[in-house]
Structure formats: structure tokens, C-alpha cells
Ligand binder design. Structure first.
Ligand SMILES: *Cc1c(COP(=O)(O)O)cnc(C)c1O
Length: 418
């Protein structure tokens, strides 16, 4: 029997309702002004390198997908962990970065819908409600979102701006609760910092993890995006005894974030992953992984993309970053922290220098209202007092953005008018 006057309401689950992304929360409260023709918007807020069209993916990448579609061989369901041949190609590729340590096998890899899904899967398979996972602050907001969603406790550990965003290892010690703390999430190169850890620092982090029986979850989506003469190591290449769950994907290196291809790679040490591996594969069967066509293109993407492509890409990002750091460091009231890789710069806002700026969110809001330049407040990354710039835009746009930021700061600084 139907009841036309039914007052039925469908309520969202408590899991859904505690899934809160701080970036959305902050962006949704910002007032977006109407830009004008003579002052167009300059969005330096979203970490999407395709935003301006100046960084196209290499032809090897687009060609590979076209070939996969045309072949007609990849229209069926792939296995839940991904095609074995594709995982083998990825295992071979990752083995090249493993240094003295053994490389992964195809069986140690699960292909996922982007690195976001890889993080979701890796963390869901790892911890139960009330377990603790350590995450960086400042850090990529998804870590906290995923953990909280599953009822796992996320504890933030501080990164130190005065030491190029190295982990504060002393503070880290105090966050470990024996028996409950399961893992430490590290992100290198870092979003939002653009920092790249030294080998020595990574060895210290691995030693910390070993001492407390923590698995390392290494978000290496920016692997290899480092500036000239900066040495980059994967955590797995340096870890002798600590098992490493590496997550990554093609979004940032190959400039195709919309294609949604990522991976979880288990770097086992002494059989530590026997049980976890089983759980991860069981969870992977909930969803059948990423689009078959993009999976099928991966071997060619990995094989055919030239070293000169990566060199040109990294050079462009470095040029952009150095330009922005130079300009920002000359603006009264702002203190940029120079990055060594990725595509971001964190800049401190010296609130004492301004007469009417109350915090970083206020800074970004007023900057957007008056100058149509969009950046994200540090609060979105658990680092109030800073803002993040994405430096993928063409130099001409970055130049205008810096000009506008400079006049904005001049207008609001305490000594203006003298
Ligand atoms: C962009 C990004 C991701 C997500 O990558 P997708 O493949 O687009 O899901 C994960 N971690 C960090 C640190 C990122 O910046």
C-alpha cells in the first residue's frame, strides 16, 4: 500500500556525514567575486597541472590510450587487482627505483582509480576503528578525511618550515601509543610543501618506524618531480627491515589527473605483509579497479615516455617555483619556503605586518575579492598562518599574480601610507 502523505526521510549514514574534506569546507565558505575582463581570475589554488593547458601530457601517453581503444582487446572486465601483464610492467618499472632492495612482483601490486583510491584501499585494509595512524601537518587533506571516515584516529605530526619541512622527529615520538599506532603516512615530494627529504632524514624516519613497529605508507605520487641536483629516493629503496606500502599514480607525472589510474605497491620485508596482502586483495574485490583502457595503456606510458619529457617538465616547474619564491620573498609581510620539487610553495603570512588581516583564510578571501588571485589557506592543510600556491601556471600568469599580490600586500600592510 502506498501512502501519498508519507513523511519518510532518507538519512545519510554516520560514516558519510563524518567524511568532511577541509578544502571543500573552506572553499565553500569563501565568497567568489565577479571577475572583470581587464582583471581575469588567476586560479593558483587547485593542484591540477592541466588547468592552464601549458603542460600537455607527452604524446606517448595519449597514443597509448588510442591504441588500447582501437585494439578492442580491453573491453571486458579486468581482474580486480588489475591486468597481470600491466602489473608486471609496473613492477619492472618500480624495480628500477628500488636501489639495493628487492623490487616488487606483479602480485604485490593492486591497480586503483587514482592515488586517492590507492590511499583509501591501503588505509582501509590496514587499521580498525580506534587504531591510530600518523599523518603530516601540513599535509594532503585526504589522509585525515579517509581515516576519519573509517573511524580510524588520525594524529598529525608537525613538519618544520625552518628545516625545509623535515619531520619533527622528537614530536613524532610523543604521538606513538604502543599497540594502537599502526602506521606513519609520509608524502615525499610533498603536497603542499614542495619539499624533498634528504636520504639521511629518510633513514631517520625508517629507524623511527622500525623502533615502534610501524608500517610506512609512502605517498609517492610526485616521485621524480624534483629540481636540478636534488636527489630523490623512494622509501622502499632505503628500508631494509620496515615494510613499505607505496602509493602512486599517473596524475601528476604524466599530467592526466582525470584518467584516474593509481596503484598500491607492497614492499614486503621478512614476510610482514602475508596477512595484510590477503586483506588488501579481498578489499580490492569491492570495486573492479580502474578503467580497463587506461590500465592497458600503462605499459606503453611507462616505456615510451622519454627522459627529455620529464626533464623539460621538471625544469618548467623549477623555473616557475624559483620565479614565485623570488617575487614573494620581496613582498613585505610574506615569507615563502623554497621548494625542491613537486608543484607547490607554502608561504607564511606575517600577521603583524598587516593592519586588517586576521588569519590565512582572511588573507586568501581578501586577495580573491580584491585581486582575483586564488590560493588556498594553510588551514586547508592543517597549517594555519600560511597559504599554498600552485606553480603550474604559465610564467605570464604567475607574473600577473605576483604583481597583484604585491599591490594587495602593500595596500594592507601596517606601514603603507608612510
Ligand atoms: C594529487 C594527489 C593525490 C591524488 O592523486 P589522484 O591520482 O588524482 O587520486 C594523492 N596524494 C597527493 C599528495 C596528491 O597531491
Amino acid at each position: 500500500m502506498t501512502n501519498p502523505t508519507s513523511e519518510m526521510r532518507v538519512e545519510a549514514s554516520s560514516m558519510a556525514l563524518r567524511t568532511i574534506n577541509p578544502i571543500r569546507q573552506i572553499v565553500d565558505t569563501l565568497t567568489i567575486p565577479q571577475a572583470t575582463d581587464d582583471k581575469p581570475f588567476i586560479p593558483l589554488s587547485i593542484g591540477d597541472p592541466t588547468r592552464f593547458g601549458n603542460l600537455p601530457p607527452p604524446p606517448s601517453v595519449t597514443d597509448a590510450v588510442i591504441e588500447a581503444v582501437k585494439s578492442g582487446a580491453f573491453d571486458g572486465y579486468p581482474p580486480s587487482a588489475g591486468y597481470v601483464s600491466v602489473r608486471q610492467a609496473l613492477a619492472d618499472h618500480i624495480s628500477l627505483t628500488c636501489g639495493d632492495q628487492p623490487g616488487p612482483l606483479a602480485n604485490d601490486i593492486v591497480l586503483t582509480s587514482g592515488c586517492s583510491h590507492a590511499l583509501d584501499l591501503a588505509l582501509a585494509a590496514l587499521a580498525d576503528p580506534d587504531d591510530i595512524v600518523l599523518i603530516p601537518a601540513p599535509g594532503f587533506s585526504l589522509y585525515g578525511v579517509v581515516l576519519t571516515s573509517y573511524g580510524i584516529t588520525a594524529k598529525s605530526y608537525p613538519l618544520l618550515p625552518e628545516r625545509s619541512w623535515e619531520i619533527d622527529l622528537e614530536a613524532l615520538e610523543d604521538l606513538v601509543v604502543p599497540g594502537r599506532t599502526k602506521a606513519i603516512v609520509v608524502n615525499n615530494p610533498s603536497n603542499p610543501c614542495g619539499s624533498v627529504f634528504s636520504r639521511e632524514h629518510m633513514v631517520d624516519i625508517i629507524e623511527f618506524a622500525q623502533r615502534h613497529d610501524l608500517v610506512i605508507v609512502a605517498d609517492e605520487i610526485y616521485a621524480g618531480i624534483v629540481f636540478k641536483d636534488v636527489k630523490y629516493y623512494t622509501f622502499a629503496s632505503l628500508s631494509v627491515n620496515v615494510p613499505v606500502i607505496q602509493v602512486g599514480g599517473i596524475a601528476k607525472q604524466y599530467v592526466v589527473p582525470g584518467w584516474r589510474l593509481g596503484w598500491v605497491v607492497l614492499h614486503d620485508r621478512n614476510g610482514a605483509f602475508a596477512d595484510y596482502h590477503k586483506g588488501l586483495l579481498m578489499l580490492s574485490q569491492r570495486i573492479l579497479g580502474p578503467c580497463s583502457l587506461i590500465q592497458a595503456a600503462l605499459p606503453a606510458i611507462l616505456m615510451d615516455t622519454t627522459a627529455s619529457y620529464f626533464e623539460a617538465y621538471n625544469d618548467q616547474l623549477q623555473l616557475n617555483a624559483e620565479y614565485c619564491v623570488d617575487r614573494l620573498s620581496k613582498i613585505f609581510g610574506l615569507v615563502p619556503v623554497a621548494p625542491q620539487g613537486a608543484m607547490y610553495i607554502m608561504t607564511k603570512v606575517d600577521l603583524n605586518a598587516f593592519h586588517d588581516i586576521v588569519d590565512d583564510t582572511d588573507f586568501t578571501q581578501k586577495l580573491m575579492l580584491e585581486e582575483f588571485v586564488m590560493v588556498l589557506p594553510g588551514a586547508a592543510f592543517s597549517m594555519p598562518g600560511y597559504f599554498r600556491i600552485v606553480c603550474c601556471a604559465p610564467l605570464s600568469s604567475l607574473c600577473s599574480a605576483m604583481d597583484r599580490m604585491e599591490s594587495f600586500c602593500l595596500r594592507h600592510c601596517l606601514t603603507s601610507g608612510i
